[in-house]
Design a protein. Structure first.
Length: 173
């Protein structure tokens, strides 16, 4: 396919990005909790996807490749050692706020997600945001299905402990 017109390939890539960019951004945001860092992660992932587009678009799942690229860009970003710390609330990025939640509840959710261990957060995002099976999550993360299950259970227990009010008359503490 070396004679394939670049314009057609670029149009196809642009169409994919237009359809999936918001979801890729939201996943990156859920992983890192910082809007600017999430943008950087998505840009890295899309750059890699573009350079491999000719091969990737023939694969079984372009979406799986894009999802894995976001995850790898997030992991690479964390391995670089620099971290910019921002206090991010639901006010900072309305597009990432969960539909139907009050601002206070969305802030509590983001805070709780940031408190998860990195491996737990990755599992929660892949399982509950992307809706992947245990096996798909294990394959994307390069871990066993048993590890996915145990990390999911631990993460959900931690989230319940942070988000569900203690028996103090129904008020959050």
């Amino acid at each position: 396919m070396t004679g394939e017109p670049k314009a057609g390939r670029d149009a196809e890539f642009t169409e994919f990005v237009a359809a999936r960019r918001v979801q890729l951004y939201r996943a990156a945001y859920l992983l890192c909790g910082e809007p600017h860092r999430a943008e950087d992660i998505v840009q890295q992932a899309l750059a890699k996807l573009y350079t491999s587009w000719r091969r990737v678009r023939r694969a079984d799942s372009v979406e799986a490749y894009a999802r894995r690229s976001v995850l790898n860009a997030f992991l690479d970003d964390g391995a670089r050692g620099w971290r910019r710390r921002e206090v991010v609330t639901a006010h900072d990025h309305d597009g990432a706020a969960a539909a139907g939640l009050s601002v206070e509840d969305a802030d509590a959710l983001w805070s709780a997600l940031r408190e998860l261990a990195p491996g737990q957060r990755r599992v929660v995002v892949l399982r509950h945001y992307w809706g992947l099976s245990v096996e798909e999550t294990a394959a994307d993360l390069g871990i066993s299905p048993g590890t996915v299950k145990s990390q999911t259970a631990a993460a959900l227990a931690r989230l319940r402990g942070v988000l569900v009010p203690a028996e103090t008359g129904g008020e959050r503490t």
